[in-house]
Design a protein around this ligand. Structure first.
Ligand code: SF4
Length: 487
């Protein structure tokens, strides 16, 4: 049986304790977020499509972990079978380390190793992945002609059926992985020794808990840290916070003694102590809309960026509008063009004062959103939203506005709250509408925004209906927040 795999090796590079926990106590792991699950699924879908670049291969994927030894033996036998030209998920094991290689392609008397990534660019983690795989392949004695990373080509524009040869591009990392072989060998030995320990290694919490990836054992390792610890503040960087913590300043009171009482860090600690949120009202009010708009619409756009382009004329990860919810305040209802209403499906109207449009069942209709938005937004003086993206840029990109001199102003609560230094312990992991709801209203009725995308792309009528309801629920929180802060 193997001790390390690609994922446990990468985990071990981040933190030895995370590796140990993953191997010995995986049940203590935090639940995967919807966003993480969607990312895994995206990777699988792209990987299967990439097989078409080197078609007619033999799939070596095991049905269960117990099949690893059998599949590793079959992979090995196939290497010497001239009939086998391509293998998918070929399994190799060397020095207790098991890898599954996306594609192994016969190249004369040697083999081309290919690892597929569902992203538009390569990161350090991908290079580390490849280095481990090369270490195992070389250790097993597989003669390689090259090792390449295959990833999505951002310049590819779909025109008819997907042309996989254009959709992907490849980069040789052979020089890099050869150079890293000793580094990998040392780490493999180190990490194997960690797994063999009779108990978990002693590792203090630290910057590695969030970097390069949020560790999924934080629920376990951080359980003794008080929920109101200054370690959950965001005004100072993680490195400074942990430095203070390990230099003996491990309570809020001690930290407050050391820092300027008017600093942002001090305000955040006070918010933690009083179990509330902090906002710089002076800045907030300076950002308030002036003069007060007579008509306001709350807009929630549901944007979708499929890794593999779905529609002709689009590129990988190109954005489309899958749906929007628009909730207007006064004056607007009378202004709705009755002829437009009759052309909409009954389902599109969710509530008297809330307009919902979607193209869940047929994404090729997505550009209908543009005309509808141009018409509907023009009835308002101000458009309020909550999005980490710049909404004006999004509207410009889709030509919903031609330039910024339109009759309404965009007011993005996300940007406004960040500018006003809004803080609540929950936002340590980023400001989301869900966390904002918890902070301002002590409620948590919302969910991860990514869930709406999953529902909207589920090919399921119940999912579609749920996505519409969730879009409206999000918009209602935006409206409630705006009203609480500015009215
Ligand atoms: S939470 Fe931090 S200390 Fe604990 S396993 Fe993860 S990275 Fe290591």
């Amino acid at each position: 049986m193997h001790i390390l795999s690609k994922s446990t090796y990468i985990k071990g590079l981040q933190c030895e304790k995370a590796l140990y926990m993953q191997k010995k106590h995986p049940y203590l792991r935090d639940k995967l977020s919807i966003e993480q699950r969607a990312k895994f699924q995206r990777g699988t879908d792209v990987g299967v499509l990439a097989h078409e670049v080197f078609p007619c291969g033999i799939d070596m994927s095991p049905n269960s972990p117990s099949q690893f030894p059998k599949k590793a033996q079959e992979t090995w036998n196939n290497l010497s079978n001239p009939e086998v030209k391509v293998m998918y998920e070929a399994i190799f094991q060397y020095n207790d380390t098991l890898i599954m290689l996306d594609m192994l392609v016969r190249d004369g008397d040697r083999w081309l190793a290919v690892e597929v990534k569902s992203s538009l660019r390569l990161s350090d983690t991908y290079y580390n992945d490849a280095a481990l795989q090369y270490y195992v392949l070389h250790g097993c004695g597989v003669p390689l002609s090259d090792f390449r990373l295959m990833y999505l080509n951002g310049d590819y524009v779909k025109d008819g059926p997907i042309d996989v040869k254009q959709l992907f591009k490849m980069e040789s990392v052979m020089d890099y992985v050869v150079e890293k072989e000793d580094f990998v060998a040392q780490n493999v030995e180190r990490l194997k020794a960690v797994v063999a320990l009779p108990h978990s290694p002693v590792v203090n919490i630290g910057t590695q808990c969030h970097n390069p990836y949020p560790c999924d054992f934080q629920g376990h390792c951080w359980k003794l840290i008080p929920k109101n610890s200054f370690l959950f503040t965001t005004a100072l960087d993680d490195h400074t916070l942990f430095q203070n913590y390990f230099n003996g300043m491990n309570t809020n009171a001690m930290m407050l003694q050391q820092i300027d009482s008017t600093s942002e860090e001090a305000h955040q600690i006070e918010a933690l102590e009083t179990n509330s949120y902090y906002i710089d009202y002076k800045i907030l009010y300076s950002l308030a809309p002036q003069p007060k708009p007579k008509s306001v619409a709350y807009l929630n756009l549901l944007l979708h960026r499929p890794a593999v382009p779905e529609l002709d004329g689009t590129r990988p990860y190109e954005e489309m509008i899958l749906a929007f919810a628009l909730q207007g305040e006064h004056e607007y209802d009378a202004a709705i063009d009755p002829s437009l209403l009759t052309s909409l499906r009954r389902d599109d109207m969710a509530a008297e004062n809330c307009f919902v449009w979607d193209c869940f069942d047929d994404h090729s209709r997505w550009k209908e959103a543009i005309g509808l938005l141009i018409e509907k937004l023009s009835h308002y003086e101000q458009i309020v939203c909550f999005t980490p993206q710049n909404l004006t840029t999004t509207l410009l990109r889709h030509e919903i506005i031609q330039n910024q001199a339109v009759g309404y102003k965009v007011f993005n609560l996300f940007e406004v709250l960040q500018e006003a230094h809004f803080y609540h312990p929950a936002i340590k992991r980023g400001l989301t509408l869900q966390r904002l709801e918890t902070a301002l209203f002590s409620e948590s009725n919302l969910f991860e925004h990514s869930r709406i995308i999953l529902e909207a792309t589920s090919n399921d009528l119940i999912g579609y209906q749920q996505a519409r309801e969730d879009l409206i629920a999000e918009n209602e929180i935006v409206a409630k927040t705006y009203q609480q802060l500015f009215k």
